[in-house]
Each structure stands twice: as C-alpha cells, then as structure tokens.
Design a protein around this ligand. Structure first.
Ligand SMILES: [Zn+2]
Length: 343
C-alpha cells in the first residue's frame, strides 16, 4: 500500500493524498476508464470494477462464478460492510475467497454480481436475515460489520467504492420485494441488476434505483452561501442541496432549490462533478452557481440558518466555532475547490 497524490481537476486546486493499493490497481480491465481517475475522483465513485453487463444474460453463469477459486465475496449485513485490517494494520474491506465461504452463499438473501477486476469476479451477498449471534459466529475471524459512513474516509478508495456500490444495490433489493404494478413478489434476475414480477401475467421489470440530487456551492464572487439543518451538529454549515423533480433539468433544480431555501436567485450554473451517495440511494450532482441576488430570506423549515461566508471566514471556520461537512462528501469538495480558486 502507498499514499499517492491524485492530480486535481481544477488547475489551482491542491494535490490530494489518497490511499491506493497498487497491486490491486494494476490488473484492471482494459475497458475500465482509469484515465478519468486522474481528475481527482470523489469518494465512493470509481470502483475499478468492469460491471460486465454482457454476461448477465447467460444461463447459470452466476452459480459457476461462485465456484471459481479467484472469486471474492463482499458481504453486507443490514447495510453494514465487513471491515478487517490489512497487513499494515489499516482498515480495509474484507473480500472473502468464495471457495472458502460457500456457507455464506447459502445464507444470503440476495446474491449480486458486482463486476470483475483483473480476472477476479466480485459477488455481493446480503446476509441481513441472520441474527447478531449467528453473524458473530460466522465472521469472528473475518472482521466486523461497520457502517460505511463511519469508516469510508480512511478506506482505500477502490474498496470504499465497491462497498458503496454493493450497499446501494442491496438497499434497493430490500425495498423492491413486491411489484409496483400488481403487488406480487418480485424475483432477482440478471445477476441482481433487475427484479421481475413473479406473476406470469405481469412480469413487470424494475431496475436498481438511484435518486438524483443536485448540490451546489452558490457564490457572489467573494462569498459562499452555506446553510445548516436543525439535525446537524451545532456549527456545521454545508452547501445547499435537494432532489431533482420529474420534468426538471438539473439547472432548474439548482435554481429552484436555492430559491426555495434562501430566496436567492442564481445564474451561470456550472457542472462540477458527481458522487454516488448510497446513504441510502442517491447520486449527488455537484454544481457551482453565481448569485444574481444576495438577500437571504429562508422559506424552508428544513434549513435552520443560511449565511454568506467570506474566504477568510471559511479559512478560520473552526476557530469561529463552525465546521464544514465531512471530508468524503462532495459538499466539502465543492467548498474547497471554490476556496482554491483564490490561491
Ligand atoms: Zn406485477
């Protein structure tokens, strides 16, 4: 394992150290867009897995993969990920050899093909029906089930992304057990990337759901507009955000959410980057936007406070008794990249 610097997307942004395990990085599928990672990936994106959608149609392929000696299992229990320590004592994802853990496959409620990397297939298992004692007995020597939100920022980036991916898929399976058309039970198909109604007169398909949300750093040239929700820890401020609604472009959603939460009008809405956020089921679409008006008038009950902060205030945020959002969030990235433009 090494620490490496990933070149930032913005020319004035600083280089950022990330944990990479080169032996895992090297044998990547030829089709994987590894070059995009050079643009400083947000956390939980870029798993390095080739999702190999073409093989999901083949008969009996998943059963065959589970028996292959190289295949790795990625267990999930009640939305938690199995974490262990690597040779350096650093926390890492426990990716279990399938040949040694066939009993886990038998216990799994959902079995999902995640993808392949360097010839190694990764298969997610949802073991949520097991009670705590059973889980303890099965995994005592293999790690602890941990909430990715607690451990994510210190995990090697590819591993964190795989855990986010499997967590999001299992959440979807858990909540789509019944057909939205006729109410009959659904069954998992295509390696866990689709569910189909079991009613032969219906057969309606449903696909893994990801809810798009816009998240935006609004600025007026010199100051950034941040808000806070009542449920957050005292003093924490973050970028404004909200779900995209049907019939709306992303730019409209940015303008609407900012208006609803602060009464500020925006223009020059520019896409920044995106981030999978399976807590529980979102993809965050990040923007920078310029304010056309600056008077704040809160309309939204959810937002407890919204303020304009200068660059100096943000640089001294903690000394002022405030805090920025968590380091693995795109919100933090949007704020830091805006601040970096002044360097
Ligand atoms: Zn149905």
């Amino acid at each position: 394992m090494v620490w490496a610097a990933i070149k930032p997307s913005h020319p004035k942004s600083r280089w950022v150290p990330v944990r990479l395990i080169w032996c895992k990085l090297a044998p990547m599928s030829d089709s994987y867009p590894l070059h995009l990672i050079a643009k400083r990936p947000n956390y939980y994106g870029f798993s390095g897995l080739d999702r190999s959608a073409h093989i999901r149609e083949e008969e009996g392929w998943l059963e065959r993969l589970i028996l292959e000696p190289e295949t790795r299992l990625v267990p999930v229990w009640r939305s938690r990920s199995l974490i262990t320590d690597d040779a350096m004592g650093e926390p890492c994802a426990a990716l279990l050899p399938a040949v040694d853990h066939q009993v886990l496959v038998e216990h799994a409620e959902f079995v999902v093909f995640l993808g392949e990397k360097g010839g190694i297939s990764h298969i997610g298992l949802d073991l949520s029906p097991l009670d705590e004692h059973h889980v303890h007995d099965l995994f005592a020597d293999h790690g602890m089930f941990t909430d990715l939100r607690q451990i994510g920022p210190v995990l090697e980036r590819f591993e964190g992304s795989i855990l986010a991916y499997v967590r999001g898929l299992m959440y979807w399976h858990q909540r789509h057990r019944f057909c939205g058309v006729c109410g009959t039970e659904t069954i998992s198909t295509k390696g866990g990337h689709q569910r189909n109604c079991a009613n032969p007169d219906c057969r309606a398909p449903t696909f893994p759901r990801t809810d798009p949300a816009v998240i935006m750093l609004v600025h007026d040239g010199d100051r950034a507009l941040l808000g806070r929700q009542k449920v957050w820890k005292p003093g924490m401020y973050s970028t404004l955000a909200g779900f995209v609604e049907p019939g709306e472009t992303l730019e409209e959603a940015v303008a609407r959410e900012v208006w609803e939460e602060t009464n500020v009008h925006v223009e020059d809405v520019r896409y920044h980057s995106s981030q999978p956020w399976p807590f529980p089921a979102s993809v965050m679409l990040g923007f920078h936007a310029k304010a056309r008006t600056t008077d704040i008038n809160r309309n939204d009950e959810e937002v407890e406070d919204a303020q304009w902060f200068t660059l100096d205030e943000l640089k001294n945020f903690e000394r002022l008794g405030n805090s920025l959002p968590r380091p693995d969030s795109i919100a933090r990235r949007l704020i830091e990249d805006w601040m970096a433009e002044f360097e």
